[in-house]
Write a protein that binds this ligand. Structure first.
Ligand code: GCW
Length: 657
């Protein structure tokens, strides 16, 4: 039975018989060159072809094989790109470098899973981003911060001796969507991950992931060099690994400590990727503890990693109240002045929005503003503020909105995709990270549909220009193995979910609306007149010139638009304006009317999804059908509760109750 464990690698017999015949002819013999990945390629192909076509391919090394994989001299394919063509009834897969065969193979598999015709193949794939990473917020005790799919996948107490079989399946899933780096542990980093016994465990994991072109990174605690008794309070729950009295980045002993530690790491993990660091944020230690800048801090780690080719990924998620009264402005104000001050192997990592993974936010203004520093987006796959593992919310449309956000940093068309792919300023690193939504639940993500967010993240990191339609359709076909009509129904369910979630939970980019520590349930009363203003005349936050002036962090065109209540995209209205209830919207209705309508969208969405899901009961395997239905029913209850709480709260302020 289908449990969801297979994810989108859910290989099932091809239904269309003529197509199946053509696949059998074309996939029956494979000429696979010796390369780093030949074993896993052969394994994956065998498993897939047995299940989809009922055949066992023969691996032969001559030109008569129906699939010809070979190296080519096209350097522009880089370390990971590939070509696939159909030449006189032979499939030609060419790559310049080994990983191209791995990714090309998963593409060949996808062609079968999605039942694409093979007669006119002309595929050229080169990833737009070189670093495509998952960040796990997994603690060493097994918990996952903001994780809703069980405990961590990493069995620290069993490693390095026992290797759970899921490690391989995890790697397969990631490789199939192009993920090539993972940060194993939480950015609220327990320093002990850097202890030798843990490094040996990490090394055992690296051994498996490496087979799939995935590098391991670790979240490092800035105070790791210190002996436990000298560390700040926030560290007491962890204890330390070091023996120094300080983590001062200007202290030569501290540099030396990191150098030695990094050398040790590379002796155990030769392809180690580098460190991810959350510093001076939410109580975490950092260079500012010593009156040093983020750049001075990051550069210490960067210097240690440099001889080994490793990188530092330094987070910009900081919101020190001393920097500005308006939290949303703080990260930009702290980091922009440091542009150009980071070593060349440092990448800054910024959340898509400047506030914090809200259901909807305008893009973080650092994108486009940092000209001499590589900046990578941090998206959140786990649905911390977006219904966790209960709500069916498909995030690809949200990420597209972000990637298409025009910063105007070099005139119209300077959107985030162009910035992060180095088309606006020549950036050294092209990268993107997603906070993982995986856990040890049998289906990996808790909600079967949350798998789609993992999948879509990988595909967008490979190609931010890929259409949502294609990604969605391929996920549905390869996960659910359903017919076209069911595919249409599932698409119809997924596509509007993000928009409707945002409209009902944080309408018009209102901002924080949940409770303070639980980010699932409504907390309007706690957030009101703290995070945003509300009274009988209107709602929202005035961030215009005569408000907190957040608008001025954007380039002129955006700044002018956002500043003007008439030109501000309505999607972002409450993030930039305190809007009178009687303000007229583009529709001609009052803001009040639209706002009230908007709040209802969550309940309406789930009710529609319940109907739609029921309508395809016969086409979905029973176990997954029931599990999804149970989630939908729970979502319905919780969406109603959220709505009622909203109505209860807002009715006190609305002119027309
Ligand atoms: O959104 C907040 C989360 C924290 C998280 C923090 C961060 C890892 O509520 O749980 O900590 O962001 O991104 O550092």
């Amino acid at each position: 039975t289908d449990t969801g464990y297979e994810l989108w690698l859910n290989y099932k017999p091809v239904q269309d018989l003529p197509l199946k015949q053509s696949y059998i002819q074309l996939y029956s013999q494979v000429n696979l060159p010796q390369c780093k990945y030949d074993e896993v390629i052969a394994e994956e192909l065998k498993g897939c072809l047995k299940a989809t076509l009922g055949i066992t391919p023969r691996f032969i090394s001559n030109t008569r094989a129906s699939i010809q994989m070979s190296y080519c001299k096209d350097k522009s394919l880089g370390m990971e790109g590939y070509l696939i063509r159909n030449n006189n009834n032979k499939i030609i897969l060419q790559a310049y470098s080994d990983a191209g065969f791995l990714y090309g193979t998963f593409h060949l598999i996808r062609l079968i899973q999605c039942e694409y015709p093979l007669d006119r193949l002309n595929i050229r794939e080169v990833p737009a981003l070189d670093y495509r990473q998952l960040n796990h917020w997994d603690d060493l005790n097994g918990n996952i911060e903001r994780g809703y799919a069980g405990k961590t996948l990493w069995k620290w107490d069993e490693l390095p001796e026992r290797l759970d079989e899921r490690y391989t399946d995890y790697a397969r899933a990631n490789a199939s969507i192009g993920i090539n780096g993972v940060v194993l542990n939480n950015v609220n980093a327990d320093p002990r991950i850097l202890r030798r016994d843990y490094l040996k465990k990490v090394s055992a994991l690296a051994h498996i992931l490496r087979k799939y072109n995935i590098r391991i990174y670790l979240a490092a605690n800035f105070a790791a060099p210190m002996k436990p008794s000298s560390t700040p309070d926030v560290m007491k729950k962890w204890g330390g690994v070091g023996e120094l009295d300080t983590a001062n980045p200007l202290d030569p002993n501290v540099q030396e400590w990191w150098n030695t530690k990094v050398d040790e790491i590379y002796s155990l993990i030769p392809d180690f990727g580098g460190f991810l660091v959350k510093a001076n944020s939410e109580g975490m230690p950092g260079p500012q503890d010593y009156h040093c800048t983020h750049a001075e801090g990051a550069n210490v780690l960067a210097r240690a990693l440099k001889p080994h080719g490793g990188i530092v990924i330094w987070r910009t998620f900081v919101y020190n109240p001393q920097i500005d009264k308006d939290r949303i402005k703080r990260s930009y104000k702290e980091f922009l002045p440091l542009d150009g001050k980071f070593d060349e192997n440092v990448i800054l990592q910024a959340k898509n929005g400047a506030l914090d993974f809200q259901p909807i936010e305008p893009a973080q203004p650092l994108f486009g503003a940092m000209k001499q520093t590589s900046l990578m987006p941090e998206l959140q796959i786990t649905q911390e503020y977006i219904g966790q593992s209960t709500y069916l919310v498909y995030l690809a449309p949200m990420w597209k909105e972000f990637l298409n956000f025009d910063t105007y940093c070099k005139g119209a068309g300077s959107n985030i995709t162009k910035i992060i792919t180095g088309k606006v300023y020549p950036t050294k690193y092209r990268a993107m990270a997603g906070v993982a939504n995986t856990g040890d639940s049998n289906n990996w993500t808790g909600h079967h549909f949350a798998q789609a967010n993992w999948f879509a993240f990988g595909r967008l990191a490979w190609n931010p220009k890929e259409t949502i339609e294609k990604i969605t359709s391929e996920w549905i076909k390869s996960t659910w193995n359903c017919d076209r009509s069911a595919e249409r129904v599932i698409t119809q369910m997924m596509m509007p979910t993000w928009n409707n979630y945002a409209r009902s939970h944080s309408p018009y980019s209102l901002g924080l609306t949940t409770q303070v520590s639980c980010h699932y349930r409504a907390g309007f009363d706690i957030r009101a007149n703290k995070e945003w203003k509300i009274d009988n005349k209107g709602i929202g936050t005035n961030r215009t010139f005569n408000g907190t002036d957040y608008v001025s962090q954007y380039f002129p065109t955006n700044c002018t638009h956002f500043n003007d209540i008439k030109q501000c995209p309505e999607l972002y209205l409450l993030c930039f304006h305190y809007v009178p209830w009687n303000h007229l919207m583009k529709s001609g209705d009052t803001f009040e009317k639209e706002f009230v309508e908007s709040l209802k969208q969550g309940v309406q969405q789930v009710e529609e999804n319940i109907q739609l899901w029921r309508s395809i009961r016969e086409k979905i395997d029973s176990r997954r059908f029931e599990e999804v239905m149970n989630c939908l029913l729970k979502e319905q209850q919780d969406a109603k509760a959220f709505y009622e709480s909203a109505v209860g709260f807002f009715s006190a302020y609305l002119p027309h109750k």
